[in-house]
Write a protein that binds this ligand. Structure first.
Ligand code: ADP
Length: 381
């Protein structure tokens, strides 16, 4: 090859390299300066390179930021934490998704999320950072927290209200009840038939109201008077619930059986009440044949799902949600006694234990109630 053609080849190669360099510079320019993410390089705590989006987030022109200490844009309260994060980043190799507040040129506070990595820039240590504005998301989170706190507060107030009302009304009601009973005893048969009937209605109404208030009080107590959670053996709990229902079980020859049941974290008294309400209903809403109730449990990860299955009258699926509401009943008192609070109490107890309750049933086909308990969750961990 002649000297001339070798030179020509070298020139062509170097031209190609210059072209490639130009292209990659162009690519860098596009990626860095046109990026929708605020990008920058910090050296010795000062901005060495900033893009348009960072300037936009902070409300300045790019050249107004260059050479300025980066921490001066961070809200004073957050500066120490940002500094500590930078030290952690140097040790760990990077920091991803760190959130803090900045102040823009118009003195408005913004929430930002930053990802930074240590780099070498112009032969010196530096930090390459990417920043996005997360103010809207943060505001929504804060609003959501406020709403949750407000809801919790009003829930607690409502529970306190229900507690006070049901507790304080019991005393005057007891008085009405006992005096009308006295009236019936002393003057029954001395007045006319109508009067006897009216007294009967009054006694009955007062008794019913006592039952309603009693159950409302129980309901409000789930949240306000709950005990701290301890390990609870569910077989003991079911035995206790069965002992409390001994008379009802014997009266209708009910067969209540259960598999091996686990120990859970919970409020023992409330769990007895929960099983008692479900077994009690399974017996109360029976068909002609003797009731059969079976209790089992299944564990998946931290969630234990209990099943209480009966062979009773069943429930129309259209009511499978509403029966858990307070005072909701599907039958008259003449058909089956009750206040309509039993399942609402069950729901509240289950939710306090971090779980859900539901039912699967068809009319005359028996019902299966499911409820879960979160071994890792629950309100009173
Ligand atoms: P109560 O038993 O006082 O009526 P609950 O809240 O315990 O109130 O139950 C609400 C309604 O759900 C009942 O009135 C009944 O119609 C229905 N129900 C509950 N448990 C069963 C069950 N095991 N079988 C059939 N129906 C049931």
């Amino acid at each position: 090859m002649s000297q001339i053609s070798k030179m020509h080849q070298r020139i062509t190669k170097s031209e190609a390299m210059t072209g490639e360099l130009k292209q990659s510079k162009e690519l860098f320019r596009i990626m860095f300066y046109r990026s929708p993410i605020g990008s920058y390089i910090i050296q010795n705590g000062h901005f060495r390179l900033v893009n348009r989006q960072l300037a936009h987030i902070l409300g300045y022109e790019e050249n107004e930021l260059l050479g300025k200490p980066s921490l001066s844009f961070v809200l004073a309260e957050d500066r120490d934490a940002v500094r500590e994060n930078a030290v952690r980043m140097l040790k760990g190799g990077c920091s991803v998704g760190y959130e803090f507040r900045v102040i823009n040129k118009q003195a408005k506070i913004k929430w930002v999320m930053e990802t930074v990595v240590p780099i070498c820039y112009r032969r010196k240590r530096a930090t390459l950072g990417n920043l996005i504005d997360v103010t809207e998301r943060k505001q929504m989170e804060e609003r959501l927290q406020q709403i949750t706190a407000e809801m919790q507060r009003s829930n607690t107030e409502l529970e306190q209200f229900a507690y006070v009302i049901s507790h304080d009304l019991q005393e005057p009601l007891r008085m009405i009840s006992s005096y009308t009973q006295l009236l019936a005893k002393r003057y029954g048969k001395k007045l006319d038939d109508d009067a006897d009937e009216f007294i009967g209605y009054t006694v009955d109404g007062a008794k019913r109201m006592q039952m309603l208030l009693h159950d409302l009080l129980e309901y409000s107590r789930v949240g306000t008077r709950g005990k701290p959670f301890t390990p609870v053996n569910c077989e003991h709990v079911v035995k206790q619930a069965m002992a409390n229902l001994k008379i009802a079980i014997e009266e209708c020859n009910a067969l209540v059986s259960y598999d091996t049941l686990p120990t859970v974290m919970g409020d023992e008294g409330q769990l007895v009440q929960l099983f008692q309400n479900l077994i009690g209903n399974a017996i109360k809403f029976r068909r002609e044949e003797a009731p059969q109730v079976h209790i089992s449990a299944q564990r998946r990860n931290n969630i234990i799902t209990f099943t209480v299955k009966d062979n009773g009258i069943g429930i129309d699926p259209q009511h499978s949600q509403s029966i858990f509401e307070i005072f909701r009943r599907l039958h008259t008192r003449e058909e089956y006694p009750g206040t309509g609070m039993g399942l609402a109490i069950c729901k509240k107890i289950v939710e306090r234990h971090g779980g859900h309750i539901s039912v699967q049933s068809q009319p005359r086909q028996g019902s299966t109630f499911y409820f879960s308990i979160d071994m890792a969750g629950g309100e009173a961990k």
